[in-house]
Ligand binder design. Structure first.
Ligand code: 3DU
Length: 217
């Protein structure tokens, strides 16, 4: 994933026409479009192929099954031209490894610790170990909570130069600049961009906040 703006749009809408129009309107303002189950269940996997023609599409399938099933899911995402896929780490090292092996040139991001309050219950206590799994399996990076920048800092120490993508900005209460200063490479933003009257302007604003927080980068 090439990061210029350091902003990824979470395109969590279920109207495929609106999804297409949002993707068009933020072109050049975000580095990638993250597609999650709501859109794929509504529009089919074809929407991934379609959006991939003009953008890096990150399939947030939060894959968390046995290795063989993970492989089958990843193969579908790759066949639809996804640039990257998100898997859960809690299913264990063999499950994550199966994702990385099946992905080929597509990038795998391992979800370590979820950003919502419930994420502190089960994922946070194991996030450091999951981050180590991401390193050992050769994943491209991890997903870590913008709502807990202090945790992003700890996870950065563990993953070294691997990419850290941080959801939880805006609607969930996290601040893009805090996540980036803590060590995230990019933030994932959904509602604050796609529900804005001017989504492109909202995306530009997040990118501007990030630039202001990291002078000289
Ligand atoms: O809260 P937002 O509307 O900005 O959307 C955040 C997106 O990131 C959404 O697609 C959600 O499924 C995803 N995500 C998290 O919010 C938190 C995680 O730990 C992992 C993914």
């Amino acid at each position: 994933m090439r990061l210029d703006r350091r902003v990824i749009l979470a395109l969590d809408v279920t109207d495929t026409e609106r999804a297409r129009s949002l993707a068009r309107s933020v072109r050049g303002e975000v580095d990638a479009i993250k597609v999650n189950w709501p859109l794929v269940l509504a529009g089919g996997l074809g929407i991934v192929r379609e959006l991939s023609a003009a953008a890096y599409v990150l399939c947030d399938f939060k894959i968390a099954d046995i290795p063989n099933t993970n492989r089958l899911i990843i193969e579908q995402a790759v066949a639809a031209d996804a640039g990257g896929v998100i898997c859960h780490g809690f299913a264990g090292e063999d499950s994550v490894r199966a994702c990385v092996e099946a992905a080929g040139r597509a990038e795998v991001f391992v979800l370590t610790e979820m950003s919502h309050p419930g994420g502190a219950q089960f994922t946070a206590p194991h996030a450091d170990e999951i981050a180590r799994i991401a390193v050992r399996t050769g994943a491209a990076g991890i997903v870590a909570p913008a709502t807990r920048p202090e945790r992003v800092k700890v996870l950065r120490e563990i993953v070294g130069p691997k990419l850290i993508l941080a959801p939880g900005v805006g609607a969930q209460g996290g601040k893009a600049s805090d996540a980036i200063r803590a060590g995230a490479d990019a933030v994932i933003v959904g509602r604050s961009i796609y529900e804005a009257l001017d989504p492109a302007a909202a995306a530009r604003q997040v990118a501007a906040e990030i630039r202001a927080a990291t002078p000289g980068r």
